[in-house]
Design a binder for this molecule. Sequence first.
Ligand code: HC3
Length: 454
Amino acid sequence: MEYEDPDVPPADTPIKRGGALSKKTHLTQIEAIPCKICGDKSSGVHYGVITCEGCKGFFRRSQQPTVSYSCSRQSNCQIDRASRNRCQHCRLQKCLAQGMSRDAVKFGRMSKRQRDSLIAEVEKHRQLQQQQLHQQQLQGDVQSVLSFPTKARQDRSPQLLQPMAQAYSVTGFELRQQSHDLTAIHPYNPLEESYSIYPHSLRNIDELCASIVRSHRETSQFPLGELQALRWKLFSREEIQAYQSKSVDDMWQHCAIRLTDAVQYVVEFAKHIPGFRMLSQNDQIALLKTGSMEVVLVRMCRFFNTENNTVFFDGKFAGVEVFKSLASADLITAVFDFAHDMCALKLTEQQIALFSALVLINADRPCLEDRGRVQRVQRSVELGLRHILQRDNLEGLLHKLYQRMAVLRSLCSLHMEKLRWFSQRYPLTAHSLFPPLYKELFASEAELLPGTTH
Ligand code: HC3
């Protein structure tokens, strides 16, 4: 059932100039970035986020004390220009997840730093659009590379090879403009062994670290500041009961979708790690299959509040009780304990970035074709991590981080054990309602692909 959105001006209404912003130029520039909620043409910064007039008005109305929304589906409705009026609950969740807040300052009263970072985002968006145009020209000659791997390899991981924006309707995904196929920019071609393991620009360790940290920042889903600002947003008793009254298969499907969202950002992170794209497609996929869940769990410490043991999930902070209907209390407890222990290390964003890259690029993973090549990239990432730990006088941390890597492997084994139990208990949900990327990542051990036997 669609509700009328009274704030959408008639299509031909000219957007008022200078409405939400002090300078017309800024308004024009910011309008180049689509609405972070629905993807429609934005009209400025509203409640702290670049949105269109419709989402601005919707959020204003949603903040009235008498207003309360609920979702008649699984609280994971797609919110885009066409569907935004279908579910007020999910639209509001997306507004909150993107950081909209009544307390946000208006653009005109933002601090210079806030305004500068916003204008920098506009500039980045403009450059990405130019890059995208350039890539489209390149795309033609890349297609020939995609035919290089044997047919079997392409069948094996159709999702991971897809350009992210095409394979998944990830609305508002910042990196959509940057996302490209695993082989898009630096196609691996074993016939040209002359490729150095790194492009010429990355000759020293500082640049390698800076490149990995930048990739982490651009794919970490939420800046730490936004997560800090939302720490007070806890689920109400009614909302917790709504999660707990979901059926086991509904909650698993809901969480699998949320987890897959997180994994997509990790895939983008991996693609931007210098050296990763120099690996063969088979090895890139093998590392992502075994490492992406581990990196998600490392990243969880950014989303975790140790004061009340809650994790940012679906736009608010959730305790273990929210996941009760997964019927996997041992997994959830272990995951929360891990996040708590990771928080205790008080890692900086740079340390999280380098540690995540090391978790991912691991030459001991199974099914690697060119272990030596992976080892070379792994060693450079290890050097990078040592480099920043020495710079921070925290060499002792490295040993603890290696211990955490062993815990990550046991957590993922437990996750696969639970998934095997679930897919045998609810085969229909596991086979036809989980996101394709989720099945592809965890399929090999949990027999989630069509045609596998039970
Ligand atoms: C809670 C969660 C693990 C943590 C995931 C986090 C918080 C991790 C950091 C990401 O950047 C953001 C994020 C998104 C989703 C969160 C996951 C949702 C479900 C999962 C639980 C451990 C349940 C496991 C999911 C299952 C069993 C369906 O595969």
